[in-house]
Structure formats: structure tokens, C-alpha cells
Ligand binder design. Structure first.
Ligand SMILES: NC(=O)c1ccc[n+]([C@@H]2O[C@H](COP(=O)([O-])OP(=O)(O)OC[C@H]3O[C@@H](n4cnc5c(N)ncnc54)[C@H](OP(=O)(O)O)[C@@H]3O)[C@@H](O)[C@H]2O)c1
Length: 337
């Protein structure tokens, strides 16, 4: 049983599951979107295995879980607007309780949940590790991920075989709605990038999907794995993109301290004008102070190799061009072939 299957991470994970021979049942909000997302990649999901419903609806979640032997919970409401704060907190908390808790109460032998490595981040933190305490969050979405972590750990401590992935910013092709990190990459081309101090660390969505498949198939136990690909400085990131396309991303150099102050201003403006963009103090702290996280233990334990930034960015830009998000003038030589 899969939630979030029509989302970015979920759709790649479903592809990985189906290609490995698993049958999936999807709990989705929009039946039509299943066709839009999976027809182009040749993945056939039988109509009878598509349950339409909300992760906060106990009856629909129960119906979706019935008869399944594993669960993958990739659905989350991601919205940074203040007016949706209560809804984000309530939906994501109830979703974790119904899907993860429901699967645990049914005694399913394998349960996979997508967390975020950002739950451990605080300004000035050392490189992130899974044994660090969950940090204080300031947006409803971040708080919902932190809250979920505590719930999931309680179930794990009670013996539930929950396997958790902790990704960095996720980049990759075939994104149904252009999620956060992909949107940042897109906006550097159609708008402008910020060249500041600090790092941008990505995980390729296809590597994350491969990790979820490995986690699903682990024979027993509760597990936690970092999903973390290359960490480049902002300058290295832009230089790599320029090399790949033969063009130049327009970028403005901004000092980290100025950018953080800008984020604080964004927080104040958000109290009056409720926009859904990550111009917050929090986001600027991540952008300018990302301490990094090491994914090599996941590679050693599960054989998941995180591909190079060049491969991820090239494939993603090619897809953005083919899908009509970017024009040939943006992706330069990547448009050829
Ligand atoms: N993207 C990143 O950089 C990143 C980084 C770290 C962690 N994560 C985590 O990865 C997971 C997947 O994120 P994503 O990037 O794939 O996001 P996404 O593309 O927005 O996918 C979210 C999925 O959740 C579904 N959903 C939202 N609210 C729902 C509800 N009330 N009931 C049923 N389904 C609902 C959406 O359904 P629709 O298809 O109908 O919209 C969508 O399929 C999330 O838990 C997120 O916190 C993401």
C-alpha cells in the first residue's frame, strides 16, 4: 500500500517497486492523476488498486491497507502559508498515525516512511547525524515532520518494522508538480540564482526510490538510513550547471548575513501577505549554513550509490526541457538529442 504515489518521491518509488515485481495499491486524492503520472512511463496500475481518499480519512486508509503485506508512506501536505498551518499539522499527524500506526497495528512485516534530514538541522549545527536530537522547527510543515519523527520512533521502539529514509533536497526528472528543490533549480533559469556562502546538497530521486525498495525488502527490523548525494558550494553548483549547458545561470552574489536578514524580513511580510515561497529565516539558514550529511553508511549497508551531481542535474534539466518547463535557450547543449 502506497501513499503519495502521484507525488515526486512516491511516483519514482512506485516505479522502483513495480519494476522489482511488487504489486502496489495506491491511496490517492485524484484518480486521473494516476494515469497522467504512470501512463507515460509504461507502469500499469489496475483500477481496482487505486483507492481514492485522504491520508486523514480512517476508513479510506483502512480500506487501502486491507490485505497488503507492506506499506510505504510518502504523502505529506507541503504548504508554507500561515493560513494552512493548522491543516498541515493536523493532516500530516493524522496521516502518520493512520498509515504508519495502522500498518503497525495490523502487524505488517515491512513499513517504509519518508522523513527529512532537515529535522536535525539548527543554525550552527555540526554535520548532521541520525543520533542527533530532533531540532526545534519554526514552520508548520517542518513541525509536522518533527512530530512525525517522534510518533514513528515510538512505534519502532514498540517493535514495529518501520524503515525510515532521511533525504536532503531532492532533485530529479519526472516530477509531477515540480516540488521544492526542483523548483529552485527551475527558477535559477527563468529568474535568477543567489550565489552565497554555504552548500546545496542534493539526493537524486531515483537513488532515493532505490533506497526505498531496499528498505521495503529488508527481511526484518526497524531501520533508519540517510539519503544524501553530493554537497557542492553554491558557486560549484552554478559552475557545474554552466559547464553542462554551455551557458550561464544568472546569479547575484549575496553575503550570507544579508540573506539571513532578508529571510527574517520574509517572515515579517508573511504575517501580512501569506505567500507560499520559502523566503523565510529558516530557509536562508539552510541555504547559508548547511553543515552537510554523509550518506556513505547507506551505501555500505545497502549498496545504494548516490549518483554524481552532474548526472542528476543534466538529466533533470533535459527533462525540464522535454516537459516544456524550460526552453532550449536555458538548457543549451543539453537540448541536443
Ligand atoms: N522534495 C524534497 O526535497 C523533500 C525533501 C525531504 C523530504 N521530503 C519528503 O518526501 C515526501 C514526499 O515529498 P515530495 O517531494 O514527493 O512531495 P509531493 O510531490 O508534493 O508529493 C506529496 C504527495 O502527497 C500527497 N498528499 C498530500 N496531501 C495528501 C492528503 N491529505 N491525502 C492523500 N495524499 C496527500 C500528494 O497528493 P497529490 O498527488 O494528489 O498532490 C502527493 O502525491 C514528503 O514526506 C516530504 O516531506 C521531500
Amino acid at each position: 500500500m502506497v501513499t503519495g504515489g502521484t507525488g515526486f518521491v512516491g511516483s519514482h518509488t512506485v516505479r522502483a517497486f513495480v519494476e522489482a515485481g511488487h504489486s502496489v495499491r495506491l491511496l490517492v486524492r485524484d484518480r486521473e492523476k494516476v494515469r497522467r503520472v504512470f501512463d507515460p512511463c509504461g507502469v500499469a496500475i489496475p483500477e481496482s488498486d487505486v483507492i481514492v481518499g485522504d491520508i486523514a480519512d480512517a476508513d479510506r486508509v483502512g480500506e487501502a491497507l486491507a490485505g497488503c503485506d507492506a506499506a510505504f508512506h510518502g504523502a505529506a501536505l507541503v504548504d508554507l502559508r500561515r493560513k494552512f498551518a493548522q491543516r498541515v499539522l493536523a493532516t500530516n499527524a493524522r496521516g502518520v498515525d493512520l498509515v504508519i500506526g495502522g500498518a503497525a497495528r495490523l502487524g505488517l512485516p515491512s513499513i517504509v516512511y519518508v522523513s527529512s534530514i532537515a529535522i536535525f538541522f539548527y543554525p550552527g549545527s555540526p554535520p548532521l547525524r541520525l543520533d542527533m536530537p530532533v531540532a526545534q522547527a519554526s514552520t508548520a510543515y517542518a513541525q509536522s515532520k518533527a512530530d512525525a519523527e517522534h510518533v514513528v520512533r515510538r512505534f519502532q521502539a514498540g517493535g514495529a518494522p518501520i524503515r525510515v529514509s532521511y533525504p536532503t533536497g531532492i532533485i530529479g526528472p519526472d516530477d509531477p508538480e515540480m516540488s521544492d528543490a526542483n523548483h529552485a533549480l527551475y527558477s535559477w533559469y527563468v529568474d535568477t540564482g543567489i550565489d552565497t556562502s554555504g552548500f546545496f546538497q542534493i539526493t537524486d530521486v531515483r537513488d532515493l526510490a532505490a533506497l526505498h525498495l531496499r528498505q521495503l525488502e529488508l527481511p526484518e527490523g526497524a531501520h533508519r538510513h540517510v539519503a544524501a548525494g553530493p554537497r557542492l558550494t553554491w558557486r560549484e553548483t552554478y559552475e557545474l550547471l554552466d559547464e553542462l549547458t554551455g551557458g550561464r545561470v544568472r546569479r547575484i552574489p549575496i553575503n550570507g548575513r544579508v540573506l539571513r536578514a532578508f529571510g527574517s524580513v520574509g517572515d515579517v511580510i508573511k504575517r501580512v501577505y501569506d505567500f507560499n515561497l520559502p523566503i523565510t529565516r529558516d530557509a536562508m539558514e539552510y541555504a547559508t549554513g548547511w553543515p552537510g550529511v554523509d550518506g556513505s553508511e547507506t551505501t555500505e549497508q545497502l549498496g545504494i550509490e548516490f549518483r554524481s551531481a552532474a548526472t542528476t542535474y543534466a538529466d533533470t534539466l533535459r527533462w525540464m526541457y522535454r516537459a516544456g518547463h524550460l526552453e532550449a535557450k536555458h538548457v543549451g547543449r543539453l537540448a541536443d538529442g
